[in-house]
Design a binder for this molecule. Structure first.
Ligand code: C2E
Ligand code: CA
Ligand code: CA
Length: 399
């Protein structure tokens, strides 16, 4: 039996050492460091399952460290420690979650061994696994290279899953979002968070997007030849530099006899703003050709209301980080309500993603939210299962 590993970063050597002893007494294999460079060097060597970071440090503060960890796609669970007030800790936790890091919790100083134990359990393998995975994804940090992705494209290893969206007031299916997965011959299903950014960085995203659009449209036209269902496709910021993307997508729609009005392109809030002028032109071309445009992950980026009004969106998607927290956080509920009101005042459809419980669904209904998507309704499914799900749902709702 091997013990789980914990790496501790705190600029105060006494505190760092104390946390290390506490962790060791909880059966962790623990190491502590006091400066960021040492931290990253140790991180690569040790590959800890748990990382404890002090928020306030002179050289590079905890928030910055977490950003760097996110860039490295760090999959360790993070414990944020600080002597600052709970508002600061809350904000740091939110920032870490928004960066896609896994947070075990926040802990205020002075740290007690019991508090640490509650957050991270014991260090032995007999306890809860650190990662509770959805689907069969693989979070091991195996390097993915450009050559791997090129090979996967050549071998046609990318497959689409589809997650239904329903109308809030009636629960009737309104559309599906296409989400890519990589069926790796050795590693099983690899989730998009692990390879989309690499495809973007290595210039393969356009080739991948073409495969994704082609597969999704072929499936959609075959599964829902005559219906009002919409197909949502994610489009990367990197693909928005080519003025011809709209033409290419139009050609595909024609080939599969899918009306562009049935296709919703989802752009993340930040991606829409990279080059505001070019983005405006490209997005306008999509709309002129009949496509719907959705602003994804809304609330997490930095766009101003002016930009939202300026760009020709037809839908807002409230980011799941607010929706999944709706029951726990009053602040999240306030944000959800504000986004719905804002969307409606601009004449946009509002979708809430990440709906995981009935209470949240009821809350969204009470606010007049248009569409909902999330595990409560259905998980992403392979094509055939998604088709059957929609047909059943339509039968049940007598549509
Ligand atoms: P996204 O566009 O925000 O997609 C929603 C993500 O939330 C999906 O993760 C989905 O499986 C997950 N999700 C759905 N319902 C729930 C829920 O109730 N609770 C929680 N916690 N999560 C839920 P997935 O499939 O892992 O995709 C991650 C991201 O990868 C997507 O985020 C999108 O940005 C990107 N992506 C996925 N497919 C494509 C694609 O075809 N092209 C591009 N460019 N990006 C893609
Ligand atoms: Ca999306
Ligand atoms: Ca989203």
């Amino acid at each position: 039996m091997t013990n789980r590993r914990m790496l501790i970063l705190d600029d105060d050597p006494a505190v760092a050492q104390t946390i290390q002893w506490m962790a060791e007494s909880l059966a962790f294999e623990a190491e502590s460091v006091t400066c960021p460079s040492e931290f990253f060097e140790r991180l690569d060597r040790m590959r800890p399952e748990i990382i404890t970071i002090d928020l306030a440090m002179p050289e590079l503060d905890g928030v910055e460290i977490m950003r760097l960890l996110a860039e490295r796609k760090c999959s360790a669970q993070i414990v944020i420690s600080s002597g600052m007030g709970t508002r600061v800790l809350d904000a740091a936790q939110r920032s870490a979650l928004e960066h896609g890091l896994s947070i075990a919790g926040v802990i205020s100083k002075p740290i007690s061994r019991d508090a640490l134990r509650v957050l991270v359990g014991r260090g032995s393998e007999l306890d809860q696994p650190v990662w509770v995975e959805e689907e069969s994804s693989n979070r091991e940090e195996v390097e993915i290279s450009k050559a791997d992705l090129q090979e996967a494209l050549d071998r046609n290893e990318f497959e689409m899953a589809y997650q239904p969206k329903v109308e809030c007031k009636s629960d009737v299916p309104a559309g599906l979002e296409a989400l890519v997965r990589w069926r790796h011959p050795a590693r099983g299903i690899v989730m998009p968070d692990l390879f989309i950014s690499i495809a973007e960085a290595t210039g393969l995203i356009d080739a991948l997007t073409v495969q994704i659009f082609d597969k999704s449209l072929a499936w959609f036209s075959q599964s829902f030849p005559k219906s009002d269902m919409k197909l949502s496709l994610n489009i990367s910021a990197r693909s928005l530099v080519d003025i011809h993307v709209a033409d290419n997508l139009s050609d595909l729609c024609r080939r599969y006899s899918v009306a562009p009005e049935c296709v919703v392109l989802e752009l993340t809030e930040t991606s829409a703003m990279v080059d505001p002028i070019l983005s405006l032109d490209l997005m306008t071309r999509f709309r002129v050709k009949g496509f719907q445009l959705s602003i994804d992950d809304f609330g997490t980026g930095y766009s101003s209301m002016v930009q939202l009004v300026r760009l020709p969106f037809s839908e807002i998607k409230v980011d799941k980080s607010f929706v999944t927290q709706a029951q726990k956080s009053r602040e999240s509920r306030t944000i959800i309500k504000s986004i719905i009101d804002l969307g409606h005042s601009l004449g946009l459809l509002v979708t809430a993603e990440g709906v995981e419980d009935q209470e949240t669904m009821d809350y969204l209904k009470s606010l007049g939210c248009d569409l909902a998507q999330g595990y409560l309704i259905a998980r992403p499914m392979w094509g055939e299962a998604a088709k059957i799900w929609v047909e059943r749902r339509e039968l049940l709702s007598g549509d």
